[in-house]
Design a protein around this ligand. Structure first.
Ligand code: AMP
Length: 286
């Protein structure tokens, strides 16, 4: 695996069709699963490792976001990456850079309500990285469900022609979705954070048993979310339009445990109503 710090180094290191996994580093097993998926068909696999200042609001954790290039390189290489692209901020945003991508109304809902400008920052860096990496395919995690939905929209609206792949959420033994931010949690907060997967599991269970009422599905989740400061708990259609009982849905949750903001979601599909609980089936919740 080659570590490229500049665009010329990136161009020299990649060839042929490229599968691309954008990340902000602090790589964990969730990122590794995306890289393995990207590398599975043997094409050049580029992983970007870039903490994007544009997607952090004032008072958020841009400065303190965990950074460890050596550990990231080891994990990316083991997962099958061909190139780790770890540019500086000025490599991605030269001093005269002035374009912003506005992804439209969905960027102002859900997480966008609580993080103004966040999705414009995400869309701008991803389109910029698409231009630099020129992938035929890009892999994103379903854990960041709204981000994935918005990036599909951007890709379609701008006619970028990239195959966008959504990958499953990788969870810890206790069900908590892996996240680079989990390392901020104290042991006591880590235990409180388990309420999030437990809440999703409860909804998945009653959905599997036939419940389709939006209020009841949300209520059963809400009842176990006492350990965190809830930002939102919303049931929507899987394209993030308003919930309709007969269509695939997604239950999305965001909240803070102490100072750490966590998000998660579960897809609920009337065509395979037990699928969501399978995700939690082997996990033990205390
Ligand atoms: P991040 O570095 O947090 O910006 O995430 C980079 C990519 O990894 C995004 O597409 C995320 O959705 C994805 N990702 C983050 N956590 C997980 C997880 N637990 N399982 C699968 N993918 C994940």
């Amino acid at each position: 695996m080659i570590i490229a710090r500049s665009v010329p180094e990136l161009r020299a290191a990649s060839s042929g069709p490229v599968s691309f996994v954008p990340t902000m580093g602090a790589l964990h097993a969730g990122h590794a699963s995306l890289i393995r998926l990207a590398a599975a068909d043997g094409v050049c696999t580029v992983v970007s490792d870039f903490v994007n200042p544009l997607q952090f609001g004032k008072g958020e954790d841009f400065e303190n976001y965990p950074r460890d290039l050596a550990a990231d390189a080891e994990l990316a290489e083991q997962a099958g990456a061909t190139v780790l692209f770890a540019p500086s901020v000025t490599e991605v945003y030269p001093p005269d850079f002035s374009t912003t991508i506005d992804p439209g109304p969905l960027a102002h809902e859900l997480c966008g309500l609580h993080r103004p400008g966040h999705f414009a920052g995400v869309a701008t860096v991803v389109v910029r990285l698409f231009g630099l990496v020129q992938p035929h395919r890009a892999i994103f995690g379903s854990k960041d469900y709204q981000q994935l939905t918005i990036l599909r929209r951007v890709n379609q609206d701008l006619g970028l022609g990239i195959e966008i792949v959504g990958a499953p959420t990788i969870r810890d033994e206790d069900g908590l979705a892996l996240s680079s931010r989990n390392m901020y949690l104290s042991p006591a907060e880590r235990i409180r954070a388990r309420a999030i997967p437990r809440a999703l599991q409860r909804a998945a269970e009653i959905y599997a048993a036939g419940e389709r009422d939006a209020v009841l599905l949300a209520e059963v989740s809400h009842s176990v979310l006492d350990g965190l400061t809830l930002e939102y708990l919303e049931l929507r259609c899987s394209d993030l339009t308003n919930y309709e009982p007969d269509r695939p849905a997604v239950l999305l949750v965001a909240g803070r445990v102490g100072n750490t903001r966590l998000i998660d979601n579960i897809v609920l599909d009337p065509a395979s109503p037990t699928q969501a609980i399978a995700q939690f089936a082997t996990k033990e919740f205390a």
